[in-house]
Design a protein around this ligand. Structure first.
Ligand code: HEC
Length: 113
């Protein structure tokens, strides 16, 4: 009688452990599959110049290059992306098919790096 109840308690502990592991794995999986909406656009249209700083393009994560641009506010950044900034930054970042939302998402993606 006594032995049986100890066995049950231990079984419950194992069961709880398995649940915890499943929950953890579930979370980790969610995080991995959460791709930023602007990442695709960035990789296709902006990466070629911005990743390496071609022609002085601000590199995502370079806070020194970005802080004066951040200070302009997102609206002005959006305007310089749409109109371009001669000579380096082409209008629409060369993604002529991109909507405002997509360009905005690509900017946000750069700013989060
Ligand atoms: C042909 C190279 C090139 C491509 C492609 C490109 N950029 Fe740029 N970008 C630049 C350069 C160079 C600058 C710096 C311009 C300056 O400061 O005069 C710049 C500046 C910027 C800035 C700062 C604007 C500001 O007001 O200071 C943003 C935001 C930006 N780019 C976003 C993007 C996005 C989003 C894309 C893709 C959709 C993109 N760029 C594609 C070269 C590029």
């Amino acid at each position: 009688m006594m032995a049986a109840s100890i066995g049950e308690v231990q079984l419950l502990k194992v069961f709880a452990g398995v649940l915890a592991v499943v929950a953890l794995l579930g979370c980790a999986d969610d995080e991995l599959s959460q791709v930023h909406p602007g990442e695709d656009i960035y990789n296709r249209s902006c990466f070629s110049c911005h990743a390496g700083g071609v022609a002085g393009a601000p590199i995502p994560g370079d806070s020194e290059a970005w802080s004066p641009r951040l200070a302009k506010g997102r609206e002005l950044l959006m305007k310089s992306v749409k109109d371009g900034m001669p000579p380096g930054m082409p209008p629409m970042g060369m993604c002529m098919a991109c909507s405002d939302d997509e360009l905005g998402a690509a900017i946000d993606y750069m700013l989060t790096r």
